[in-house]
Design a protein around this ligand. Structure first.
Ligand code: HEM
Ligand code: HEM
Length: 219
């Protein structure tokens, strides 16, 4: 059983993760179609801007966004996401395993650095948990599912931290760490963690008030 968890299960999780995302990517294009414009879309004439005007217009475009309303949440969520994705990719322990099994690895950060960044991710997750628990307006739209998704995202960081510091029984903690990593990978395509893919598809391809682009597709 242990050999299975530490061996094939990890490969199965990666395959489900990649195929799941590819499946949803294809489904997105099957279920949406090109918008038929009732009238030709307006041609927006782009004016030549000086660097100063460009910076001002970029800052102005942030006015209606989360950045203006909740700057602290924006900073926390940006930090959380950058390290949530970056730390496991550039972690020495992971890259050593990758190079042993597949003969490839990413460049690794120093362990003392990834250890601190792991704590940063955990602190950000604690901040999101605190908002959901203590802010009435956030609690009102929170269900058990939101807590579960947050737990799935943070569990590999908590257990990875315990493993690195050799807290509790190392082998047991490592097995739980692998299981939590596997659960994260497998659930990404099939839960709201799929926003990792859908964020980009919706924001760039579907026309809504939150679009970054013109949004040429519709359901
Ligand atoms: C699925 C298979 C995985 C395996 C086999 C694995 C294996 C490992 C190993 C060997 C270590 C080093 C422990 C030590 O130094 O003693 C580690 C640490 C760590 N892992 Fe994973 N891991 C997996 C998935 C993940 C995932 C999906 C994440 C996060 C998205 C993650 C986050 C971490 C972190 C943050 C640490 C380091 C904590 C620290 O240094 O404070 N791991 N993992
Ligand atoms: C690169 C792709 C990703 C983008 C662009 C992205 C974007 C976002 C955005 C815009 C939010 C809403 C703002 C907020 O409440 O913080 C959010 C929330 C969240 N994301 Fe991501 N995300 C990505 C990848 C991931 C991944 C891979 C995970 C974990 C596996 C994840 C976990 C979460 C969680 C747990 C929340 C909710 C935090 C809360 O409870 O409020 N995200 N993400």
């Amino acid at each position: 059983m242990l050999a299975f968890i530490r061996g094939q299960l990890i490969s199965i999780a990666f395959v489900v993760f990649v195929l799941g995302l590819i499946f949803h990517f294809i489904q997105f294009f099957r279920l949406t179609r090109k918008k038929e414009w009732a009238y030709p879309p307006l041609e927006i004439k782009s004016q030549k801007k000086t660097p100063g005007q460009w910076v001002t217009s970029c800052l102005a475009s942030l006015n209606g966004t989360l950045w203006k309303t909740y700057p602290v949440v924006t900073v926390m969520t940006s930090v959380f996401h950058v390290f949530l994705i970056g730390v496991p990719l550039f972690l020495l322990g992971h890259n050593m395993l990758l190079s042993q099994s597949w003969g490839l690895s990413f460049w690794s950060l120093r362990e003392s650095v990834t250890d601190v960044l792991t704590v940063v991710v955990i602190v950000c997750a604690a901040f999101f948990l605190g908002r959901r628990l203590f802010l009435a307006r956030v609690r009102a739209i929170t269900t058990a599912y939101d807590y579960l998704v947050l737990l799935i995202a943070v569990a590999p960081f908590l257990t990875g931290y315990f493993a690195y510091h050799q807290w509790f029984d190392y082998r047991t903690v490592m097995t739980i760490h692998i299981l939590s990593g596997v659960v994260m990978l497998i659930t990404i395509p099939f839960t709201k963690l799929g926003h990792m893919l859908f964020f980009f598809l919706y924001r760039f391809l579907i026309g809504t008030e939150y679009s970054f682009a013109r949004g040429a597709r519709a359901w």
